[in-house]
Design a protein. Structure first.
Length: 153
């Protein structure tokens, strides 16, 4: 998965250049440049409006907990900041993604998907075992090494 994310990040500038050329072919290079400038300005305004409050409550947005002003933050609030960042970046593909995140149903869907991804529990993963304080005791290291590799006769 990490390789595909790195590949996508490396290919994004090439895709943005191709999208700019396609839009410039349709509407002209000057108009395409002005469109890109306008969406960057829109992203800046959106970040300025929501960024200060949103970044201050970033942890609360991820956790969905109550913050000092009594309001509740959800991942959808964080996605508004992401939308502003995507609009601020130059390029039409990032602008499309940013504009999509400004639509409330899309933002809610993405927020729910992120919440499920963050809170998913793999029942097959037995690497962590929760024990009550009386259910375990400290064992010296040498005993662990003797018992970790039992002999099979």
């Amino acid at each position: 998965m990490a390789k595909s994310i790195i590949a996508a990040i490396l290919l994004l500038p090439l895709a943005e250049i191709a999208a700019f050329v396609a839009v410039a072919t349709l509407v002209g290079a000057g108009t395409a440049f002005l469109l890109m400038l306008a969406t960057s300005l829109l992203g800046f305004v959106l970040l300025r409006r929501t960024g200060r409050r949103g970044l201050a409550n970033l942890r609360a947005a991820v956790d969905g907990i109550q913050v000092n002003d009594g309001s509740r933050r959800r991942p959808e609030d964080l996605l508004t900041i992401v939308a502003g960042l995507l609009l601020f970046l130059p390029g039409f593909l990032t602008d499309l993604a940013g504009m999509a995140l400004l639509i409330r149903p899309v933002r809610s869907f993405c927020g729910n998907a992120i919440r499920r991804w963050l809170h998913r529990a793999d029942p097959a993963d037995r690497s962590t075992v929760d024990l009550a304080p009386g259910e375990w005791k400290r064992v010296p290291d040498r005993e662990i090494s003797n018992h970790s590799n039992p002999r099979r006769d």
